[in-house]
Structure formats: C-alpha cells, structure tokens
Design a binder for this molecule. Sequence first.
Ligand SMILES: NC(=O)c1ccc[n+]([C@@H]2O[C@H](COP(=O)([O-])OP(=O)(O)OC[C@H]3O[C@@H](n4cnc5c(N)ncnc54)[C@H](OP(=O)(O)O)[C@@H]3O)[C@@H](O)[C@H]2O)c1
Length: 305
Amino acid sequence: MKLLITGASGLLGISLALEAMREHEVIGTDRGKLKSAPFQVLKADLTHKGRLDSILDSVRPDWLVNCAALTNLDICEEAPDLAKILNTDLPVELAEVCAKKYIRFLHISTDAVFDGDKTDPYTEEDQPNPLGVYAQTKLDGERAVQAANSQAIIARVNFFGWSLNGKHSLGEFFVRNLSAGRSVNGFTDVIFCPMFVKHTAQLLLGMLDEGLCGLYHVVGPHAMSKYQFGVEIGHKFGLRKSLISPNSVDGSGLTAPRSHNLWLSTHKLSTDLGCEIPLFSTGLDEFYTQFQQGYPQKISSYQQP
Ligand SMILES: NC(=O)c1ccc[n+]([C@@H]2O[C@H](COP(=O)([O-])OP(=O)(O)OC[C@H]3O[C@@H](n4cnc5c(N)ncnc54)[C@H](OP(=O)(O)O)[C@@H]3O)[C@@H](O)[C@H]2O)c1
C-alpha cells in the first residue's frame, strides 16, 4: 500500500512512518524540519488551502493518515483561530478530498475531548464535553470528518515516545529532567492511559489493514496519574523518583484547562481488531530499550540542524 502521512515530523507522524515503511511505501509531509528521513518527504504548509489536494493528485496514496495538528494546549488558547484551521478545518478538507478520490482516511484525535467527570472508563458512546480550545477544535474536527466521510477512521490517542527534538512527550520530560537531577511536578489528579507510540502506530496500521471505520479509542490499557507515570519512568531508567513532587494540576499555572480523568476504554478496539492491546509495561520496556540503543539520537539526526 502507498501511505501518505501528514505531520511526519511530529511524534506520532515519524513513529508511524518508520513503522509503516517496513511493509508499505511511505510519503510524509512536513514544513521543512526533516532532512534525511529514511522515507520520502514533501514540504507543505497545510494551512494553504488546496495544497494537499495537489499533493494527493501527484502521490495517489491508498491511505492518508492525518497526524498534523496544533497540539500545544496553551498555544491553542492563545491562538484559537490557528487551532481551528489546523484541528478542525484541515481535517474536514482532507476527509472531503479523500472521499472524492476514494482514498482511505484515518484522522487522529484526542482523549482530551472528555471533561473527566466520569469515574468509569469513557467509551466511544460517551458524550464528549471539551474543556478548552484544543479539545473543542479537535472534537469539531472529529464531527466534521464523520459527516464528510463515513468511511473515515477517527482514532482518539494518547502516547509517549522519542520525538525529533527530544522534548515533545511526557516520557521525555521525565527522563530529561530526572537525568539532570532537576525537581519536577507530577500531577496526581490527572488520570490518563499512555501508550508507547510504536504500539499506537502498529495498531493504527492494523486498523487500516482490517478496513475498520468509525470512532475508536486507541490508548493504553492501564489508567494512571501523570505522577505515577513519572515514577514508573524513573524506576525503569534508574533515576531518582524522589525528584518528582506529587502535586495537583489545579493551580499549576497552565493556561488551558485539563480534564482530571481521561481513562478511556479500549474494548471496542481490541474486539474489532481481535487482539490484546499492548501492556504499559511492555511499552515502557521498549521505550527504555530504544534509549539504550541510541534511538533518540538516531531520529534527532533526521532533522535540519
Ligand atoms: N502527544 C499525545 O500524547 C497526544 C495526545 C492526544 C492526541 N494527540 C493527537 O495526535 C496527533 C499527533 O500528535 P503529536 O504529538 O505527534 O503532534 P506534534 O508532535 O505536535 O506534531 C504535529 C505535526 O503537525 C505539523 N503541523 C503543524 N502545523 C502545520 C502546518 N501549518 N502545516 C503542516 N503541518 C503542520 C507539525 O509540523 P512542524 O514539526 O513543522 O511543527 C508536526 O509535524 C495530533 O492530532 C494530536 O492532537 C496526541
């Protein structure tokens, strides 16, 4: 299959591209960060309407996965117009074009569409109630994609892994700061389901392979607090866990509101794929193995100096 990935310089985009190229032809789009990635890269600012249309005509992919987004929650609060363009308008444009050109479309959304008031895991049937601009624009994107392209897959994700600049994921945050002996906060009242990004990539490819469509939760099978996550990372990497202070997200000074509970059920995904969702401990082991094998340095060498 020929797979086009938007946002290929992002944490998920590059991980998906590297995973997909084992079996598929991969073309990524970025805005000029990638220099020597082992897959073909096309430079494109996707805020330029129609840019993707011309790329699709020249590439003619079988699958398009949209990993491009404005992902910084606090920047979304400061730049809501840009958040709307990237998180709502762009996905709709892609969904429409893909429907017209018979290209399978997979759009990446977020666990953050929920307000966190539920105590049980959220299912795909639960009503979202976004708390901030990022979450609202992502939910608007989901709904418009569903309306424009009934065959599209929409995946609500949450992942950790090694990114191009080494600073993107929460996992990297804990490794970087604890390695430097710096104290950090770990939120005890933000529950989420982190998944190792390589596992996210493998599941997304499995969903395309199986011809699934509709809304899916693609997160890890274990819910934990951000504090607990940091402690697990510290333990695995042999770093000082005591540098992590258990704290509340309330009053932390972050601009965007955060949901307290993003515990999402993956029952639908595991049933429809007919497989177990990889354990958090397996993902953490692989995250550490990649570190030992110099993977962070390897992917950072793919970017422009
Ligand atoms: N990280 C998580 O745990 C998490 C949690 C929930 C949902 N998600 C969702 O997962 C998806 C991928 O997230 P990520 O963490 O991999 O994001 P990321 O690392 O921030 O990457 C975002 C990508 O979008 C690209 N982009 C931004 N503006 C663009 C523009 N104007 N034109 C073209 N490309 C543009 C970025 O390019 P540049 O590199 O040039 O900026 C980058 O490649 C997003 O939909 C996000 O909402 C992520």
